[in-house]
Design a protein around this ligand. Structure first.
Ligand code: MN
Ligand code: MN
Length: 461
């Protein structure tokens, strides 16, 4: 054999996706990404993504799963977990005793949450106090346009939805930063101290009510909120109000090959999971799509992936077939669909370039996440990795290798460990992202498209 023959037969040679993209694939990719851009522009928190998914399911003939329901192959069901997370399934030809093919993503993203007693006035400026949610670089969240999304459970027991800052005619909210002219001390601080948690107070107004009294700016804001939403100050206690970057996602780059927006992590994988399921025929194995909440704070709570809402739903499916739930789990496979860090040439020292995902090389498969010696990850087996690789190769899906940065540089986790703890074979894979957890994250359209094809291939495996 010549050197050239040996090279081509023995060595892997990943290609930029655009080198092989056909015109038909390009058209499909652009269609898919247009739908995705709309999805992330309107679904900025877990409740909105859940409501979107319920509506999409209903439009595609899915029914809410209820205990005792009978199921036959091809039946389409979903379970809305308290409006904050959702599981969707299409019943397969084979019994659940032979396992399900699961894709699991999360629909919460880092942001700033309004505190339970948030509204105050200082120096005739009214503010809302916040507590950030998930891992953020706090300095990135000042002097950037913010929108308020959420719900308020009023004293009378009714719920009101709030969205302020998305319509171009809406006001936006902002956290101030110190002017550079007076930043001598601030600029000498480390980045984690430049803006501190208790400084993330968002400006909501400056106009006082006319008359005598204290805190008249605050009172004016409360009066406006009461007129618009029928709320009083104590209603903040029973509210979930979140500050997220305002405005829609945008194409990025002169060639429009990228999408910039808030919360690609992990709604880019959530969308990739749900879209192929909506129009699915009868899969061989039951296909299950999970959109979980609370991943960014440890998959905790009733809507997080550690919650038994998953067992509750899968138990109902198994009951319908007289199958033992543990038996179903033991034979199931889960793709933990979550984003990876795309290699950033501006920060090459943080990554092992040979083992890092890159923009435009397809869905990124990650054997292990974790930090400091793989701590906290599920570390997929050779067999599990082989299953994913073979499935994607057979379906013609472009994939690449991902690890989360250099050894000992840092790390992270996903829902993978919680799925694997359930005795379900689990592998991480997803879309590479630039500037993960920043108010604007960036992904490649090609990788978004390939991740959707990867989820589809896993469902049909
Ligand atoms: Mn994630
Ligand atoms: Mn994250």
């Amino acid at each position: 054999m010549t050197i050239e023959e040996l090279q081509s037969s023995l060595l892997s040679a990943p290609k930029n996706g655009y080198q092989t993209l056909t015109e038909q694939q390009r058209a499909e990719m652009n269609d898919y990404c247009n739908g995705y851009a709309e999805f992330i522009s309107t679904c900025k928190m877990e409740r909105e993504a859940t409501a979107w998914t319920v509506a999409a399911c209903e439009a595609h003939g899915f029914k809410p799963m209820v205990p005792g329901m009978e199921l036959k192959p091809g039946d389409k069901v979903y379970h809305n977990n308290r409006d904050k997370s959702i599981i969707v399934a299409v019943i397969g030809e084979k019994s659940l005793a032979e396992g399900a093919n699961i894709c699991a993503a999360h629909v919460d993203s880092p942001r700033m949450d309004i505190k339970p007693n948030p509204l105050y006035e200082d120096t005739e400026i009214a503010y809302l106090k916040t507590h950030y949610y998930g891992g953020i670089k706090k300095y990135q969240w000042v002097t950037t346009p913010l929108a308020l999304h959420g719900v308020i459970y009023r004293k009378d027991g009714t719920i009101v939805n709030v969205t302020i800052g998305e319509d171009p005619s809406d006001p936006i909210l902002v956290v101030s930063d110190l002017l550079v002219h007076l930043s001598g001390d601030q600029m000498a601080k480390t980045a984690s101290k430049v803006i501190e948690g208790e400084q993330l107070n968002v400006i909501v107004g400056t106009e006082p009510l006319v008359g005598e009294g204290s805190d008249l700016v605050k009172l004016n804001i409360m009066k406006m909120l009461n007129e618009k939403y029928g709320i009083i100050e104590s209603d903040f206690l029973s509210a979930e109000l979140n500050l997220v970057p305002a405005g829609p996602s945008r194409d990025v780059g002169l060639d429009r090959s990228l999408i910039g927006g808030y919360g690609h992590d992990d709604r880019v994988c959530a969308y990739a999971e749900i879209v192929p399921l909506l129009d699915m025929g009868i899969p061989t194995h039951t296909a299950v799509c999970i959109l979980a909440d609370k991943e960014e704070i440890g998959s905790v709570g009733i809507s997080g992936m550690q919650s038994h809402f998953f067992e509750y739903f899968m138990g109902m499916l198994c009951d319908a077939q007289g199958v033992n739930l543990e038996h179903c789990f033991a034979n199931s496979f889960c793709l933990s669909a979550d984003v990876s860090n795309a290699f950033d040439p501006n920060f090459p020292e943080t990554c092992d370039k040979r083992n890092n995902s890159k923009l435009n090389y397809g869905v990124a498969i990650c054997k292990y996440t974790g930090s400091r010696g793989k701590g906290g990850c599920s570390d997929a087996s050779a067999e599990a990795m082989g299953h994913v690789r073979t499935t994607l190769d057979n379906a013609g899906v472009a994939w690449q290798i991902a690890t989360l940065g250099k050894v000992d540089q840092g790390g992270g986790g996903t829902v993978a460990a919680y799925m694997a703890n359930r005795n379900i074979v689990t592998v991480d894979a997803g879309v590479p992202v630039l500037c993960m957890h920043a108010p604007m994250e960036i992904v490649s359209k090609y990788d978004c498209y390939m991740t959707m094809l990867a989820c589809k291939a896993i469902y049909l495996a």
